[in-house]
Design a protein around this ligand. Structure first.
Ligand code: FAD
Length: 545
């Protein structure tokens, strides 16, 4: 009896390790490295399509018009799905996942939840699989609960701008944001959701009280810190690997009426980063702290005048930005209309602790919603010029504080010659305000920086060629520098080509990640676009075993 149970136990651990090894394989059937566009369908047995078509759904499944779901904002990958599910209920999603699990090893079918497809490298795509259009899941309606600890219940496909508009009606608002609000709850919670409030409240994944999930087995589970907590933390920052977020309960706080929005410049990186770090560790300081780098920009301050007022108009007009690498600190103080008289004094006091170039102080006062939705204004302008749907070879890095000076010195002075192709954001956050139990991987230091290179590859009107290759090479030079100098950088919105890179990204948390994948999505059908795990099929060792 003892021997048999010990053998069983050993067998179980062997099976578990074996499954983890198998799940660790990067898919090999689509070569995305050389050509990101794959149009040849994977061979599917004819009964697969009819098996999906026959599902009893409240919404519907479409095998046509799959074009929109074959691309994303990055605009470099084109991988058409077999079908798109437009769910009307959680049960539609669960039914679909269960059917795909049931088809099991006889099909290559995978499933990707798609928010607004603002991913960069195919993370929301499912080549010849099923894409779930989360936006059509309209339940629950946005439902606000007031009280001591207010929160809002929303569907996983809801966009943050809609949540803001609705919560503002009650004088409430989520606390942590992204810079752009036309993203979905499921999409940002699968990553992290980071912006200038994250130093204070942590990323969006730290401001969630409860989730409803359809796992990779098709089960519908509610989870929170106290209930099914392993699933809760797995899903947050989990790159869609463990389940589909169908509902989220998001913590709210009082919404300010207005913001005082301030920009100042530095020419010295040390002074800039010292002030940023001072602000994120200060109590009762600013409510939002970000920053960006400008390399050799002409008339930078003149351009600011359309939205901001200079504190020293003459000094500002004499300031020259061309030929220089400059660092802009962008800070915001929230206030209510009745506080309008005390805000200037308060911000002046905070500014007096900083060492920016005095003539470069610009500020404006705008409604809270206008500030939060600021990137949408740029989107409208870019769309009008046909410049929104161009390739976006973005690179987002998390750099430990101990290496930021070395990184900035090399990258902003030697690797980048201009930032004419798009913004470069840089700001620190406090790890102590971030929950360590989620699946998000960050550098192992109390303070780390988000550095976001956000270029657009715009076609040259004369030659017709684009600078995509050049921008990709520049990204690679930045990564090579980090690797050559052993900077413990972590990618945010990570993208890797090889299994070795994914393992290195997760470090000693890889095994837990793979084990959880086996628990919640044993056939590895979810979010195949990240290419972390390969679906177990008839021919793979997982089935032979
Ligand atoms: P999608 O791109 O559709 O999906 C992203 C991933 O999540 C995919 O793997 C998908 O399968 C999965 N997924 C989607 N919905 C669900 C769901 N309901 N359940 C489970 N998995 C799901 N990020 C920041 O953190 N901070 C920023 O300031 C910021 N600014 C941005 C500005 C712009 C202009 C853009 C385009 C992106 C920005 N992002 C930012 C990145 C953004 O967080 C990601 O693009 C993210 O993917 C959200 O986009 P989406 O909602 O369209 O999700």
């Amino acid at each position: 009896m003892g021997l048999t149970s010990s053998l069983r136990r050993n067998n179980k651990s062997f099976l578990r390790i074996f499954m983890i090894l198998v799940l660790s394989c990067i898919p090999g059937r689509t070569n995305l490295c050389s050509n990101h566009s794959v149009t040849t369908p994977i061979d599917l047995p004819p009964d697969i399509r009819s098996s999906l078509d026959s599902l009893d759904l409240e919404g519907y499944i479409s095998f046509n018009d799959v074009h929109n779901a074959s691309k994303d904002f990055g605009n470099r990958y084109q991988l058409p799905p077999l079908a798109i599910l437009h769910p009307r209920s959680v049960s539609d999603i669960s039914t679909m996942v269960r059917r795909i699990v049931h088809l099991g090893s006889t099909s290559n079918l995978t499933v990707a939840a798609r928010g607004h497809g603002h991913s960069l490298q195919g993370q929301a795509l499912a080549h010849q699989g099923v894409v779930i259009n989360m936006e059509s899941l309209r339940s629950p309606d946005i439902k606000i609960h007031k009280g001591k600890q207010p929160y809002v219940d929303v569907s996983g496909g809801e966009s943050w701008i809609n949540i803001l508009r609705e919560t503002l009606k009650y004088g409430l608002s989520p606390k942590s944001w992204t810079d752009y609000l036309h993203l979905t709850v499921g999409g940002t919670l699968s990553n992290a959701g980071i912006s200038g409030q994250a130093f204070k409240y942590g990323p969006q994944i730290n401001n969630v009280c409860q989730l409803e999930i359809v796992t990779g087995k098709g089960e519908v589970m509610t989870c929170s810190e106290k209930q099914n907590s392993e699933l809760f933390y797995s899903v947050l920052g989990g790159l869609g690997q463990f389940g589909i977020i169908t509902r989220a309960r998001i913590a709210l706080g009082p919404a300010p009426h207005m913001v005082k929005w301030i920009r100042v410049l530095y020419s010295d990186f040390s002074a800039f980063s010292r002030d940023q770090e001072h602000l994120i560790t200060k109590k009762n300081g600013f409510d939002y702290v970000e920053g960006f780098v400008t390399v050799n920009r002409t008339d930078l301050l003149d351009n600011w005048r359309s939205s901001f007022s200079p504190n020293d108009s003459i000094g500002a007009s004499q300031f020259k930005s061309e030929g220089k690498t400059l660092y802009c600190l962008e800070i915001v103080k929230y206030f209510n209309t009745e506080e309008v008289n005390s805000v200037p004094q308060e911000t002046e006091k905070l500014l007096s602790e900083l060492s920016y170039i005095p003539s470069t102080l610009f500020s404006s006062e705008v409604p809270y919603i206008e500030f939060l939705d600021r990137v949408h204004i740029a989107e409208i302008k870019l769309r009008a010029k046909g410049l929104w749907e161009v390739p976006h070879p973005w690179l987002n890095l998390l750099i430990p504080k101990s290496s930021i000076f070395e990184f900035a010195t090399e990258v902003f002075n030697n690797i980048l010659t201009s930032n004419n192709n798009g913004p470069i954001l840089i700001y620190p956050v406090n790890q102590s305000k971030w929950n360590k139990h989620t699946s998000l991987i960050t550098p192992d230091e109390d303070i780390f920086y988000l550095v976001a290179f956000l270029p657009s590859a715009v076609p040259n009107p004369n030659s017709g060629t684009s600078n995509l290759e050049y921008l990709l090479r520049q990204n690679q030079r930045v990564l090579n520098f980090c690797s050559a100098t052993n900077i413990n950088v972590k990618q945010y919105l990570p993208h890797y080509e090889t299994q070795r890179e994914w393992r290195s990204h997760f470090g000693n948390r890889w095994e837990t990640f793979a084990k959880r994948k086996h628990t919640y999505d044993p056939l590895a059908i979810l979010a195949p676009g990240h290419r972390i795990f390969q679906k177990a099929t008839q021919l793979s060792p997982i089935q032979l075993f």
